[in-house]
Design a protein around this ligand. Structure first.
Ligand code: NAD
Length: 381
């Protein structure tokens, strides 16, 4: 019997991406024996992939119920309650599942008897780089954030010398120099801005400087702020309080602030207080990529643009969805790489001895497999 993979049309508001694109489906069908790919009619529409192009790649176009009957469902956004209800015991789902932000979803998937693989939990080891959907999407987000800022700013980004006078380059400050922050820095540099970057992890200084930006140093004794997974550790309370105060003069000097600071599973750190926004020049722009986790700026509202003290504070929640073509292409590559790793003899085969499977598996056999999520659930209870 063939292994069936179902690709539903995403239903979350504002979602334009699709979990698989025709080109990658074609490659997958040729390289994996006994595979059938069922695509819901219209699934690729908002990413500019027609049903016809999926059919040409060898996929079958089907209705929603048929997609949810597949052995393995590949999705972008976390499943809705209706989608979970449409699944049955023993099925597999892979996608973004917000394990640390919405542990209750893990409970619901476990109760349904579904095996789930969370793209957020794929370990960041070199063997899993091609499955790193978080990095792929953060990269798109960082690029788009800078473009959004340049569009909104009532100024040029680059230095211009014209007969009518000289224009000084815009100053861009990027807070948090992970994948999104570094891409925002690189994009702002290409647009000609004077760029500054700040992070609490030691390793970022070199990365920021290698992009031609200046590293902002605060008088805070940081120590080692990196955990074994490469993520930042939450600052001690006293440092958390000092940070926004020390950042304020740097924020005041910037025309654009792009903030991306996050600690996995924690509310976003507050870096830009009301006073700091008030001290910025009129017309300045803040793009807060931490908006879905509460924001790095006191004025941020997720999904909204707020204007305070003549400063625009924009809190985007899904910038990759603004670029569905490349977002779907990169996402499809990461999710199919993860799936293919565990397809053996035409069947999806869980392998808990494999650190990628063990790390990415959120639920299996009616249980929440991930220890951290289990801990969060028992605390809630
Ligand atoms: P993230 O989205 O979790 O956080 C964004 C940035 O915010 C991080 O750089 C973090 O240090 C920073 N931050 C947190 N609190 C802060 C504060 N109070 N002030 C300022 N900055 C703060 O991070 P990410 O983009 O997912 O990347 C996390 C790490 O994982 C990075 O070290 C990255 O290089 C690493 N990584 C490794 C691989 C791999 O090896 N395959 C792939 C991708 C990323």
């Amino acid at each position: 019997m063939a292994l069936t993979i179902g690709i539903p049309r995403e239903t979350e508001s504002g979602e334009t991406r699709v979990a698989l694109i025709p080109k990658i489906a074609d490659r997958m069908l040729k390289s994996v024996d006994g595979l059938e790919i069922l695509v819901e009619s219209g699934a690729g529409e908002r990413a500019f992939h027609s049903d016809r192009s999926f059919e040409d790649a060898g996929c079958q176009i089907v209705d929603r119920d048929t997609v949810f009957g597949a052995d393995l469902i590949a999705k972008v956004a976390p499943p809705s309650d209706d989608e979970i209800a449409a699944m049955h015991e023993g099925q597999v789902i892979a996608g973004f599942l917000s394990p640390l932000d919405r542990p209750s979803l893990a409970r619901a998937l476990a109760d349904r008897g579904v095996t789930s693989l969370s793209m957020e939990l794929v370990p960041r080891i070199s063997r899993a780089q091609k499955m790193d959907a978080l990095s792929a999407m953060s990269s798109l987000g960082g690029y788009r954030a800078t473009i959004l800022a340049a569009d909104r700013l009532p100024k040029f980004f680059p230095l211009l010398t014209t007969a009518a006078g000289t224009i000084r380059p815009a100053q861009v400050l990027v807070l948090g120099a992970g994948v999104a922050g570094l891409q925002a820095i690189a994009t702002a540099k290409r647009l000609g801005a004077k760029v500054f970057g700040y992070d609490i992890r030691d390793a970022t200084r070199e990365e920021i400087e290698s992009l031609g930006a200046k590293f902002v140093e605060l008088e805070l004794d940081m120590g080692d702020q990196e955990d074994e997974g490469g993520y930042a550790k939450e600052l001690q309370k006293e440092k958390q309080e000092r940070q926004p105060e020390l950042l304020q003069p740097h924020i005041a000097d910037a025309d654009v602030v792009i903030s991306t600071a996050l600690i996995p599973g924690r509310p976003a750190p507050l870096l830009i207080r009301e006073e700091a926004v008030e001290a910025m020049k009129p017309g300045s722009v803040i793009i807060d990529l931490a908006a879905p986790n509460g924001g790095n700026c006191a004025y941020t509202e997720a999904g909204e643009t707020v204007v305070e003290h003549d400063v625009s504070v924009i809190g985007p929640t899904n910038l990759p969805a603004d670029m569905p073509v490349h977002a779907s292409q990169l996402y499809a590559k990461t999710i199919t790489s993860l799936i293919e790793e565990f397809v053996e003899d035409g069947a999806f085969t869980p392998d808990f001895d494999d650190e990628i499977f063990d790390g990415a598996c959120l639920t299996h056999d009616g249980e929440v497999h991930n220890e951290r999520v289990r801990g969060m659930l028992s605390q809630e209870a």
